[in-house]
Structures are given as C-alpha cells and as structure tokens.
Ligand binder design. Structure first.
Ligand SMILES: C[S@@+](CC[C@H](N)C(=O)[O-])C[C@H]1O[C@@H](n2cnc3c(N)ncnc32)[C@H](O)[C@@H]1O
Length: 234
C-alpha cells in the first residue's frame, strides 16, 4: 500500500477535495492568463516526482504551503523569501486565482501553485527528503467530533510529511482551534522523525502575517497557536 493509500483510507471521501466555487471575472481572467505557467492540476501530473527545479527555472530550497486559501499569507511570505522555490497547494480554485492576482501585482517569480489534494501530491509527486519546509496555516478545523476524522493532521499524514522533509527541514503549523492545536501537538510529538524546536508551543513568529482570518478569530476570542518541528536524521 502506498503512503497516500494509507492516509486516504483513514479519511472519508469528502467533496472538499474537489472544491470548485465561482470565480469573479477578474479571477477568471487571471486564471486564463497565468494558470498555464504558474499552476498545475495534481491529477494531471505525470507519474513520479515533480521536477520543481525545471518548473521554477532554478535549483533552490523547496517550500510547500498546504492550503493557501485566498493567498494573503502565501503571497507575502513568498515575497519575503525570494531565495526559496515557494510551492502552494489548495483545492479551491477562486483562492488560487486570487493568489495569481496577488503574485502578478507583486511581481513574484518564486511562486508556483498546484490545485488538488496535498495528500496525493506528497505521496505520489514529492520525493522523500526533498522539502526544506512545510507550512500548514489554519487548516479546516472540522470542529464537530463526528467530523474529526476529516482533519488533515493525523498520524499517517504527519508520517508522510516527515518523510518528505530533508533533515533539518521544518514543519510549521498554526491553528486558532485550541483542541485541534492539542491534537497537532500530540500527533507531531508522536512522530519519531520530528523534534519540537520549542518546549510546547512555538512563539508566534513576527514574520507570519496576521490575516483577516486570524484577526476575526482574535475578535471571537480564539488565540492562535504555532508549532514548529524539525526533521531529524534517520
Ligand atoms: C481554513 S482555510 C485556511 C487558508 C489559509 N491557510 C489561511 O490561513 O487563510 C483551509 C484551506 O485548506 C484547503 N484544503 C483543505 N484540505 C486540503 C487538501 N487536502 N489539500 C489541499 N488543500 C486543502 C481548503 O480548500 C482551504 O482553502
């Protein structure tokens, strides 16, 4: 059984993986104009590891942000880290189109996008030990207990993530759902290939932008928690 199969068996088949959504006229134009060179659909990738050096046109540390949403954080961090090949994945087409608009307005050259399921990408198209960092900011919390199995952060998913990181590479997660934060801490701490860089929660890094999403959480009394773990040698 492949790593992707192992993770998928645990997750119910949910329609969010195929999230479409209506695009604005501006987003649709951006998609037509720039998706062919900035983006790829995961189900259409050729078998085997994605050749990111060719796609980005250079060899550089490869960073994967899972669930880029509307791209607010993604565009700012890609701009702040010109030395990384910044790869963003989401299933939500209007969000990716909005990210294209941001990337164009900011003149970003180090950002590429994928549309599809991060589990499939990691399992089938990212070579072991090839990522310098993985970011997962505010993943869908699935707050109802009966939906917890849909959460991305589960032991098999974290094992897959860890296997794709280079030694010394980091996985950085953040959430404003206290109980999901506890689950993340437990699952990350239980993965032998990872070591917590901090004693429990990481201090909130100044460089992580405060998004509208996080501001709303604060207004509603939910505090964000960050977790930064590092891949150890086998
Ligand atoms: C709650 S939003 C957070 C977006 C963004 N990180 C932020 O902080 O504003 C979660 C995002 O993860 C995406 N997502 C959920 N499951 C995914 C999966 N399996 N693969 C890729 N993206 C996924 C959703 O489409 C959504 O855009």
């Amino acid at each position: 059984m492949t790593p992707t199969d192992q993770v998928s068996r645990k997750r119910s088949i949910v329609s969010f993986v195929h999230r479409g959504g209506r695009m604005t006229v501006g987003q649709d134009r951006a998609w037509q104009r720039s998706w062919p060179h900035l983006g790829k659909q995961v189900p259409e990738l050729p078998q085997g590891p994605l050749d990111t050096d060719s796609w980005f046109g250079r060899a550089a540390p490869l960073l994967l942000e899972i669930g880029s949403g509307m791209g607010e954080t993604t565009s700012l961090l890609a701009q702040a880290e010109p030395g990384t090949n910044y790869l963003a994945i989401d299933v939500y087409q209007p969000g990716l189109a909005q990210l294209i608009l941001r990337a164009e307005a900011m003149g970003l050259t180090n950002l590429r996008m994928l549309r599809g399921d991060a589990v499939v990408l990691l399992g089938a198209h990212i070579a072991p030990g090839s990522l310098s960092a993985v970011r997962l900011f505010f993943p869908d919390p699935w707050p109802k207990k009966k939906h917890h199995k849909r959460r991305l952060v589960q032991p098999d998913f974290v094992a897959l993530l860890a296997s794709r990181l280079a030694p010394g590479g980091t996985v950085h997660m953040a959430t404003d759902w206290a109980e999901y934060a506890d689950q993340m801490l437990e699952v990350l701490s239980g993965q032998p290939l990872l070591r917590n860089r901090f004693d429990g929660w990481a201090p909130r890094p100044d460089w992580r932008p405060v998004t509208k999403f996080e501001s709303r959480a604060r207004e509603e009394g939910r505090i964000s928690r960050d977790l930064i773990f590092e891949r150890v040698n086998d």
